[in-house]
Design a protein around this ligand. Structure first.
Ligand SMILES: Cc1ncc(COP(=O)(O)O)c(C=O)c1O
Length: 375
C-alpha cells in the first residue's frame, strides 16, 4: 500500500544530516528549525504565516479556536473523513453539523451546505470545515459563495492536501486558516507526529503561537488556557529536507493515477456502463489533485480487499464508518440513512497502492489481480 523505505533510501543522507544538526544544537522544541519550516511551508502554500504544532489534529483545533469557534457554536463539516475532522470541533467546544458529500468527488456537497443553511435548523453556526479529501480540494467556488452569503468562517482541513490547489490557489490559502497533517503516511511526512496551520492573518498566527504553548506569550505568564501542542525540532528538520521534493513527488502520484485510470479502462474494469465492477472517484477540472489516495468504488469491495491481501497487495478503506455513525458522536442524534451518499461511499471505497516510488509493473500487477478477481 505504501513503502516508505524507498523514499528513505533516496534522501537518507540529507535526513541524517538534518537530524544530526538538531542533535548538535541540543535545541529540541520550537526554535530555529521550526521557524524556518513555518516560513517555508507558508511560502509554498501562498500564505503569509504558518504555525507548527504536534499533529494535524492539534492543527485543526488551533485553527478552529483562533477563528473564534466557541463553546455552544456549531461547525459544518463532512461526515466522510477521518475522525479528527469532527473531534477537533468537539474539542473546540462546538457541535459538528454533518452535511453529506457529492457522490462523484466525495467532498462536501456545496448545494447541501446551502440547503442546510437555508433551512436554518442549526443555531450559532460559526464556521465551515471542508476536507480536501484524498488530496483534492473541495469545490471552493461554491463554498466561498456560501460562506460569504451566510457570514461563516471557512477553515480548511487540508491534512491530506499539501501541494493541492484550486484554480491555481494553493490549499492552505483558501480560507481563514488551514490545518495540515505530517503523519508518516502523508504526502509530506514527518518521522513521527507533526502538523501545521497556515494563515494570512498575523494576529491569528500570533494567537496560535500562544495557544500551542499553554496560552503563554512569555515564560510563566499565561493569558488564556492553551495546551502543549508544540512542534519539535527534529520533525521540523526532517520536514525541511522533504518539502522541496513534494512538488516532484506529487507529480509522480498524478502520473500513477493516470496510469491506474488507463489500465482500469483498458481492462474494462471501469467503463461508462452501470454494470462495470469499479468506478473511480471523480477529479474536478479546477482542482489540482495530489492523490494522497487513489480510490475506486468497488462491487463486492470487502471480498476484493481480501483477494488482494492474499496476493500481498495492500489496499485500505478510507473510511469504513461515516462520522455521524461513530459511537462517540451518537449524542448528536444522527441515524443510519441520514447521510446516504457518505454511507454508500463507506460501503464501496477502496484505496489502491499509491506512493511516488510505485513502479509501473506493480500497478500492472494490481490491475491484473483486480481483473482476475472479477473474471
Ligand atoms: C482529513 C484528516 N484530518 C485530520 C487528520 C489528523 O491528522 P493527525 O493524524 O496528524 O493528527 C488526518 C490524518 O490522519 C486526516 O486525514
Amino acid at each position: 500500500m505504501l513503502d516508505l523505505t524507498r523514499q528513505y533510501k533516496a534522501i537518507r543522507e540529507e535526513v541524517l544530516a538534518a537530524i544530526e544538526r538538531v542533535c548538535a544544537s541540543q535545541h529540541f522544541i520550537l526554535g530555529a528549525e521550526v521557524e524556518a519550516l513555518e516560513q517555508e511551508v507558508a511560502a509554498s502554500c501562498g500564505a503569509t504565516d504558518a504555525v507548527g504544532c504536534a499533529s494535524g489534529t492539534d492543527a485543526l483545533w488551533l485553527a478552529l479556536a483562533v477563528v473564534g469557534v466557541e463553546p455552544g457554536d456549531a461547525v459544518i463539516t463532512t461526515p466522510f473523513s477521518f475522525f479528527a475532522s469532527a473531534s477537533a470541533i468537539v474539542r473546540a467546544g462546538a457541535r459538528p453539523v454533518f452535511v453529506d458529500v457529492d457522490s462523484h468527488t466525495l467532498n462536501i456537497d456545496p448545494a447541501k451546505v446551502e440547503a442546510e443553511l437555508q433551512a436554518g435548523k442549526s443555531e450559532r453556526l460559526r464556521a465551515l470545515l471542508p476536507v480536501h479529501l484524498y488530496g483534492q480540494c473541495a469545490d471552493m467556488d461554491a463554498l466561498e459563495r456560501v460562506v460569504d452569503e451566510f457570514k461563516l468562517t471557512l477553515v480548511e482541513d487540508a491534512a491530506q492536501a499539501i501541494g493541492a490547489s484550486w484554480r491555481n490557489r494553493r490549499a492552505g490559502s483558501l480560507g481563514a486558516a488551514a490545518a495540515f497533517s505530517f503523519y508518516p503516511s502523508k504526502n509530506l511526512s514527518a518521522y513521527g507526529d507533526a502538523g501545521i496551520v497556515t494563515t494570512s492573518d498575523s494576529d491569528t498566527a500570533a494567537h496560535m503561537r500562544r495557544l500551542r504553548n499553554h496560552g503563554s506569550p512569555r515564560r510563566y505568564w499565561h493569558e488564556e488556557i492553551g495546551w502543549n501542542c508544540r512542534l519539535d525540532a527534529i520533525q521540523a528538520a526532517v520536514l525541511r529536507v522533504k518539502l522541496p521534493y513534494v512538488e516532484k513527488w506529487n507529480e509522480q502520484r498524478r502520473r500513477h493515477a493516470a496510469t491506474y485510470d488507463r489500465l482500469l479502462t483498458q481492462s474494462g474494469l471501469v467503463s461508462s456502463t452501470a454494470d462495470s465492477p469499479l468506478r473511480v472517484v471523480a477529479t474536478t477540472p479546477h482542482a489540482s489533485h495530489v492523490f494522497h489516495q487513489y480510490v475506486v468504488r468497488a462491487k463486492r469491495r470487502d471480498e476484493l480487499k481480501q483477494f488482494l491481501a492474499d496476493r500481498q497487495i495492500g489496499s485500505e478503506i478510507y473510511y469504513p464508518i461515516p462520522l455521524h455513525l461513530q459511537p462517540a458522536l451518537a449524542y448528536l442524534g444522527y441515524r443510519e440513512g441520514d447521510l446516504p451518499e457518505s454511507e454508500r461511499a463507506a460501503r464501496e471505497v477502496l484505496a489502491l497502492p499509491m506512493f511516488p516510488e510505485l513502479t509501473g509493473e506493480e500497478q500492472q500487477w494490481v490491475v491484473e489481480s483486480i481483473a482476475e478477481f472479477y473474471s
